[in-house]
Design a protein around this ligand. Structure first.
Ligand code: SF4
Ligand code: F3S
Length: 143
């Protein structure tokens, strides 16, 4: 009986260790494996780049290029804080990206691997207001 109890305790301890291991791996896994949402910067940001969004991000997942910002989908924790900060509504949840701009999901992922992090807002381009809401700005994206 004592041996059976001993074996039961050993089995229980191993189960607890396994649970802790899988939990820790799940937290460390890339976003693509965790299968959670991300926020995405879309075309309207190009040549406007107001940067109000970066001050509120708790995990520094914005990256800056010459005339556009992107969000690293592997770092975004879907807190929603940045979305209302953009004065021109250029940030969307990945399942709410405007029709025809689905390519910005991949573009955010790609460029966030190349561009440096920005976590403090800065002056917008002097002609930013002139570019608000203009179509076809993807062709003007500088890398
Ligand atoms: Fe950062 Fe939150 Fe916006 Fe994601 S949703 S980019 S974590 S502020
Ligand atoms: Fe772009 Fe809006 Fe941020 S214009 S830089 S997404 S505040």
């Amino acid at each position: 009986m004592l041996i059976l109890n001993y074996i039961a305790v050993l089995v229980l301890m191993n189960m607890l260790k396994f649970n802790a291991l899988t939990h820790s791996l799940a937290l460390k896994a890339p976003k693509s494996i965790r299968n959670t949402m991300t926020y995405v910067v879309v075309e309207d940001c190009i040549k406007c780049k107001y940067t109000d969004c970066v001050d509120v991000c708790p995990v520094d997942c914005f990256h800056e290029g010459p005339n556009f910002l992107v969000i690293d989908p592997d770092e975004c924790i879907d807190c929603t804080l940045c979305e209302p900060e953009c004065p021109i509504g250029a940030i969307f949840a990945d399942d709410d990206v405007p029709e025809g701009q689905e390519n910005f999901l991949e573009l955010n992922a790609e460029l966030s691997r190349e561009w440096p992090v920005i976590n403090v807002s800065k002056e917008s381009p002097p002609d930013a207001a002139e570019w608000e809401g203009k179509p076809g700005k993807l062709a003007l994206l500088e890398r």
